[in-house]
Design a binder for this molecule. Structure first.
Ligand code: ADP
Ligand code: MG
Length: 238
């Protein structure tokens, strides 16, 4: 059991309150997509789930555990960012295994997990390459591989495809859908791309100014948005 629950979550940066009491239940194994305009708090929410930002008020649960005050490393989450920040001097395999190496995992186990992630992401032939010899899509795959290798219960994606060109985005979108089918982990995925949201999500959360505007299945939001704001993001053109 590793769904994610947010209870009355508030975030302040100094005087500025940017998240205003968000309640949310993300089921175990669900693919949940956050959408909303720039600055509405998508990244901040994700970073609070990851433990990269403190939660000012409220609680965050992952599975049966209250992780509100837990270290990022204790939460069982792995985050994939828009900028993939691979280590340029390391090979693909070393980049993917680095986190496990730092936490003292045995070599054989690292090799096995890297090989498994490479299989899932079709990176087997690229393991000895350095990042500079990879395409943008391949680099983003390595970044996702780094997350897979850690075996998280929850994957967090912050606009992972927005640096890629349109064609690659379509290809990587299919890859991420396949990844979710294959490993079945809970995923929270931030995007401002409507098509990405519609095709990937089991559930879409529309955010506006640090609050949840509407939550629903893609087609329900599409056909029956609560208001113009939601319609503008997800709804069918009126
Ligand atoms: P989104 O990802 O939806 O574009 P963010 O979560 O990045 O939005 O930001 C939400 C709000 O919080 C914005 O107004 C942003 O300026 C503010 N914010 C984000 N990070 C910080 C920070 N470290 N310090 C102060 N304000 C921040
Ligand atoms: Mg953001």
């Amino acid at each position: 059991m590793s769904g994610v629950v947010l209870q009355k979550v508030v975030k302040r940066f100094g005087e500025a309150q940017v998240i205003h009491g968000v309640d949310l239940v993300i089921e175990d194994g669900e693919f949940c997509v956050f959408v909303g305009p720039s600055g509405c708090g998508k990244s901040t929410l994700l970073r609070m789930v990851a433990g990269l930002e403190e939660t000012s008020e409220g609680a965050i649960r992952i599975g049966a555990r209250d992780v509100t005050k837990a270290d990022p490393s204790e939460r069982g989450v792995a985050m994939v960012f828009q900028t993939y920040a691979l280590y340029p001097h390391m090979t693909v395999a070393e980049n993917m295994g680095f986190g496990l190496k730092m936490t003292g995992h045995p070599r054989a186990e690292i090799d096995r997990k890297v090989a498994e992630a490479a299989r899932i992401l079709k990176l087997e032939d690229l393991l000895a390459r350095k990042p500079k010899a990879l395409s943008g899509g391949q680099r983003q795959r390595v970044a996702i591989g780094r997350a897979i290798v850690r075996g998280p219960e929850v994957f967090l994606f912050d606009e992972p495809l927005s640096n890629l060109d349109a064609e690659l985005r379509v290809e990587m979108r299919a890859e991420i859908a396949r990844l979710h089918r294959e490993i079945g982990a809970t995923m929270i995925y931030v995007t401002h791309d409507q098509v990405e949201a519609m095709t990937l999500a089991d559930k879409i959360v529309v955010l506006r100014k640090g609050k949840v505007e509407q939550v629903g299945k893609p087609l329900d939001l599409y056909h029956d948005p609560d208001n113009r704001f939601v319609a503008g993001f997800i709804g069918s053109p009126a």
